[in-house]
Design a protein around this ligand. Structure first.
Ligand SMILES: Nc1ncnc2c1ncn2[C@@H]1O[C@H](COP(=O)(O)OP(=O)(O)O)[C@@H](O)[C@H]1O
Ligand SMILES: [Mg+2]
Length: 437
């Protein structure tokens, strides 16, 4: 965390001492708070202690200035650490990080979570970018949940879903009679989010007029309702999200450059699901269980060719698409789901099946077998595959460990993995991975 406020360096020794004093007051208040739950107190205490230690470490005026003048792009928010994915997630958990259901151990995702952890206790604006369905809104909630505003409102506004003519009134409110249809005074989302966090989704859709007003909120922390002269102070933490390239838009003149820099003090990019394929197996299992729970059914089994499809599909809609697909499959399939349960528009054509099921063309599954012998063989294959995948999941992708655990010959295990086209490295770093749920 950097101790500067909207770019103003903390320069005098007085404010430095004052800062420490404030932290001490916070710490003793917390220690004696009676209405907070103990774990909450511990967490806040830990944060405050960390804050104090950081302030102590930054005793040089020069260092404050250096910290404040660092370009947002070059901000060293993540230390290069040589920890495994599991250790990094474990470390976050030990620091009482709240995951809000964010699942996965991909290094890029963990990096985003670690940035979120550091940004959360500050009031710095955060810009999250990534394709649709990569978890931007979820990440905004994670930032809110891990900061001091957690019990204050989290207000989400989709700037792309509101007509231009209504957007300003939606964000800043309006005065009665400000325009046709403004029958009453109305407060906007910024006022609703006062003391909390406002999530501005699809910020790239905000028209230029709205951008000017937003800049003003960021600079002066105040708003004016449409049609009103009265200035209202708002204390709102801003988290914005976009699937557009705002830097390019600002070069093209469709997004204000000054606003872009203001919003992106902390910039988090969420990778597309096809760039973190190592997560897919884990997410399939996770959403398979989650949907089973919601639909009150046993978790659905997947035929090998459906599993192959899910592992290699491109997911233009990212995690949202995968999640919806698992719910669909869990709803439509009986005990075992197959390609037929996929949405029609993405279902592979029969001719393409042999490509999808690479190397296993012509192998029937239990539901399509034309003889009892074939059905038995298919069922046995499926059991073998499920067993291996579960095992790899449990040992974090280490074949030797898997062989040891089930008292099997290692080369036999290798052979079986090859037969099923399972890659042990897809399971690396997934060991005992747990969501924050
Ligand atoms: N890492 C993740 N773990 C679990 N669920 C996720 C993860 N990322 C996204 N999701 C889920 O995927 C869906 C889409 O996420 P969302 O945050 O709305 O994406 P975006 O805002 O980028 O379009 C939501 O249901 C969300 O809970
Ligand atoms: Mg979204």
């Amino acid at each position: 965390m950097k101790l500067f406020n909207q770019g103003t360096p903390v320069t005098s020794a007085v404010s430095f001492a004052g800062l420490i004093e404030k932290i001490e007051i916070l710490r003793s208040t917390l220690r004696w708070a009676s209405r907070l739950e103990r774990p909450e107190i511990e967490k806040l205490l830990k944060q405050a202690t960390a804050l104090r230690d950081e302030v102590m470490g930054l005793s040089h005026k020069e260092r404050f200035v250096a910290a404040a003048s660092t370009e947002p792009e070059a901000m060293p928010v993540v230390e290069p650490v040589e920890l495994s994915a599991r250790e990094r997630r474990q470390a976050l958990m030990e620091r009482s990080f709240i995951f809000e259901g964010t699942f996965g151990d991909n290094p890029k995702l963990l990096e985003a979570l670690e940035i979120a952890e550091k940004a959360a206790p500050t009031d710095l604006p955060v810009l999250i970018d990534g394709e649709s369905g990569t978890g931007k809104e979820l990440m905004a909630k994670v930032i809110h949940a891990n900061g001091s505003r957690t019990d204050k409102p989290f207000i989400s506004v989709n700037c792309g879903a509101i007509p231009d003519s209504l957007l300003e009134s939606e964000l800043f409110g309006h005065k009665k009679g400000a325009f046709t249809g403004a029958a009453n005074d109305r407060r906007g989302k910024f006022e609703a989010a006062h003391t909390g966090t406002i999530f501005l989704d699809e910020i790239g859709e905000l028209p230029l007029a709205g951008q000017v007003k937003l800049l003003r909120v960021l600079e002066a922390h105040e708003i004016q309702r449409v049609g009103s002269d009265e200035v209202i102070a708002v204390d709102t933490r801003i988290v914005a999200a976009t699937n557009k390239d705002l830097r390019r838009m600002s070069q093209a003149g469709t997004f204000r450059e000054d606003l872009f820099y203001r919003l992106s003090v902390i910039h988090v990019t969420l990778p597309a699901l096809r760039e973190r394929r190592d997560e897919i197996a884990l997410l399939v299992a996770y959403f398979g269980d989650e949907s089973a729970g919601q639909l009150k059914r046993r978790p659905v089994k997947l035929t090998p060719r459906l599993r192959d499809f899910l592992m290699h599909y491109d997911y233009p809609g990212n995690i949202r698409e995968l999640r919806n697909m698992m719910y669909r499959i869990s709803c439509l399939a009986g005990d075992t789901a197959d390609l037929a349960h996929l949405p029609q528009d993405i279902r592979p054509k029969p001719a393409a099946l042999s490509v999808v099921g690479a190397g296993k063309a012509g192998v029937a599954d239990v539901t399509t077998a034309t003889s009892l012998a074939e059905a038995k063989r298919a069922a046995s294959d499926e059991a073998e595959r499920a067993f291996l995948e579960r095992g790899l999941q449990e040992v974090g992708g280490t074949v030797a460990e898997l062989a040891r655990r089930f008292d099997m010959n290692r080369s036999h295990v290798q052979m079986l993995l090859k037969k099923h086209g399972i890659r042990s490295k897809d399971f690396r770093g997934n060991r005992q991975a747990e969501g924050g749920k």
